[in-house]
Ligand binder design. Structure first.
Ligand SMILES: [Zn+2]
Length: 297
């Protein structure tokens, strides 16, 4: 085969790989949303992506003479250092530990969501912080974060799903019972519209039924909709909230909302940067912080 055809194939392949890698690294969250099973490995996938980019670029630019690979190699090295620093400061448990230490300061009062909705406990002299966990996929990762909170003596509210793709509700039972006994709050992370494929009447019925089932195990005062292709949150306004005696985490009149939803993404603030925002909170402010343990490693 003519050597030029081989070169052409290599170039085409490298361009495709380059585009794929670039897109994948830029939108790392895609790995998590489309390929749930790969979730624990997404940092690894990003590293594979970086290597692919470097390899492809060198192959590609080899045609243009040695000066181009040299210049591009240097640029990529700088980019890698920059990304590594971001990664270290990102969704790492160490960052969460530091954050909880910061919350121990006299400036902050950390509470559970029912303190706000049911007991109306707002301290005008402190920053009122409400940590909410949405337990979407990994019980193991969630348990790790809760263990850290226990060590630091900080309480939070955790929204449990009854139909997670990655854990069974039965398996979560001992954990939520134990958390409830220890003063941690459990909420209902509903997804009734997704279950009923958009049928609102059935969804309302299902909500009532599942809430009652959950209440046989632990008290439930607060709920939050799980994000899905069906907008589960749409069902909230159709429910008889008074009769059900339940509040939505989204109805909190908060001065600040910090969320890690969407996960690791270079175009947004995360990890360290997420918590740095808290410095802007003033006395008497109400701050809700949404954490998905799935993103933290
Ligand atoms: Zn969710």
């Amino acid at each position: 085969m003519d050597i030029w055809i081989i070169y052409l194939i290599i170039i085409c392949l490298s361009v495709v790989l380059w585009l794929f890698s670039f897109f994948s690294i830029w939108k790392t969250k895609r790995y998590a949303t489309i390929l749930f099973d790969l979730l624990p490995f997404y940092p690894l996938l990003a590293v594979v992506g970086y290597i692919a980019i470097i390899t492809c670029t060198i192959l590609w630019l080899d045609f243009l003479g040695w000066i181009f690979p040299l210049v591009f190699g240097m640029l990529i090295a700088i980019l890698l250092v920059y990304l590594s620093i971001k990664w270290i400061k990102g969704y790492r448990l160490k960052v969460y530990v530091e954050f909880l230490d910061k919350l121990k300061d006299d400036k902050y009062s950390v509470k559970i969501l029912s303190d706000y909705f049911v007991h109306k406990k707002i301290n005008p002299e402190m920053v009122n912080v409400f940590i909410r966990h949405d337990i979407d996929l990994s019980l193991r990762r969630f348990s790790k974060m809760i263990e850290i909170e226990k060590e630091k003596g900080i309480k939070s509210t955790s929204m449990i799903r009854l139909h997670s793709e990655k854990y069974s509700f039965e398996k979560a039972l001992p954990l939520i019972k134990q958390l409830n006994a220890e003063g941690y709050e459990i909420g209902y992370h509903y997804e009734v519209l997704a279950q009923t494929k958009g049928n609102k009447e059935q969804a309302i019925q299902l909500f009532t039924q599942e809430l009652a089932e959950l209440r046989e195990i632990v008290p439930i005062a607060v709920v939050a909709a799980h994000g899905d292709k069906y907008k589960n949150r749409d069902i909230w306004s159709l429910l008889n909230q008074k009769e059900l005696n339940v509040y939505s985490a989204y109805d909190m009149k908060r001065d600040m909302y910090l969320s890690d939803a969407g996960g690791y993404d270079f175009t947004r603030r995360y990890g360290h940067h997420l918590f740095e925002e808290l410095d802007k909170a003033k006395k008497g402010d109400v701050v809700q912080i949404l954490i998905h343990a799935d993103w933290w490693f």
